[in-house]
Design a protein around this ligand. Structure first.
Ligand SMILES: [Zn+2]
Length: 103
């Protein structure tokens, strides 16, 4: 399958989520990703694939099976989520509190 076809499939599947980033509402575009809310044991990750297009097809298939396990995010907010996930839960909440009290 050609890259353009895979990207079109990804764009089509993004419509399940309204075709917008869950965080900012930006319309689907370059760099958007289906973020896993949770992984299933034994499930492959990005690192298991040499060809990123094969990974994209793998994820598309999983999104179609169980969309509730995913959320559509733009590049910026996917990076933000992945960075925040690195913190311990307690640290994360304290960070959020400080941000909220700094308005
Ligand atoms: Zn966003």
């Amino acid at each position: 399958m050609k890259k353009a076809e895979v990207m079109q499939q990804k764009r089509d599947v993004a419509q399940i989520f309204g075709g917008v980033c869950y965080v900012c509402g930006r319309k689907y575009g370059k760099g958007f990703n289906f973020h896993h809310k949770k992984y299933i044991e034994g499930e492959k990750t990005y690192r298991d694939f040499k060809n990123p297009l094969h990974y994209t097809l793998y994820v598309i298939a999983m999104v179609l099976v169980d969309p509730d396990r995913f959320v559509l995010l733009c590049r910026k907010h996917h990076i933000s989520v992945e960075m925040l996930k690195r913190y311990k839960y307690e640290t994360f909440w304290r960070l959020i509190q400080v941000v909220a009290m700094s308005r």
